[in-house]
Write a protein that binds this ligand. Structure first.
Ligand code: ATP
Ligand code: MG
Length: 198
């Protein structure tokens, strides 16, 4: 298959508890810079680093709502439908099986990229995707230690938003309008998410 026939697919993995504009800007910026055909958002199943997270279906639906208006954005259930904790190596293997004609670009914020060398089977990640590390306020952007041909860095507009801060704001009665997409604000209110300490 020639390069022209292969699709260029970004992979935006995350807990998305909830999805916010930092995630969406990261995906949009990488899509533009790397000439991607699509970005697939992949909500994690049971994250191995985080003890308690909101039910997968809520996180999946908020991700669908947040991405619905962008024709290049899609959402995958591979991680939430797989039993057990999510490892990125499994995410990429499953996506590759589903789409043998795609070249993958795994999008990671500066905080997450710093952890990659601690991920399961990290030596094999580079065969499955090119890694794109994006800047994030409060974190130093570096791909030190990663293979130079396997990873790139990209400065993106700084949005000082985290899901943790969004959850804390809801819990303390503060607004999350304009930090998360409007439909996600409404979904959070409708399902009474983040009201009590998880
Ligand atoms: P939490 O506070 O629950 O950890 P989070 O805001 O860090 O949530 P995640 O779902 O953990 O969101 O992140 C998914 C991916 O998006 C990670 O690679 C993370 O680095 C990246 N990311 C999250 N927020 C931003 C942001 N504001 N700017 C750039 N990248 C971001
Ligand atoms: Mg995080």
């Amino acid at each position: 298959m020639t390069a022209a026939q292969r699709t260029r697919v970004g992979v935006m993995g995350g807990t998305f508890d909830p999805i916010h504009h930092g995630h969406l800007v990261a995906a949009s910026e990488v899509a533009a810079s790397f000439d991607l055909d699509e970005v697939v958002f992949v909500p994690t199943g049971e994250p191995w680093q985080k003890k308690s997270v909101t039910a997968s279906e809520h996180r999946y639906l908020m991700t669908v709502i947040a991405t619905a208006s962008n024709p290049s954005f899609t959402v995958s259930r591979v991680d939430i439908d797989r039993d057990g904790p999510t490892y990125t190596i499994d995410t990429l293997r499953d996506l590759k099986t589903e789409r043998p004609d795609a070249d993958f670009f795994f999008i990671s914020g500066a905080d997450a990229v710093a952890q990659i060398l601690s991920w399961r089977d990290h030596d094999e990640l580079w065969d499955l995707a090119h890694f794109v590390a994006v800047s994030r306020p409060g974190h130093v952007l570096s791909t030190a230690g990663l293979p130079t041909s396997g990873a790139s860095q990209l400065e993106i507009p700084a949005l000082s938003i985290s899901s943790t801060a969004c959850r804390q704001r809801v819990r303390s009665g503060k607004p999350v309008w304009y930090l998360v997409p409007d439909g996600v604000v409404q979904y959070i209110a409708k399902h009474h998410l983040y009201r009590s300490k998880a």
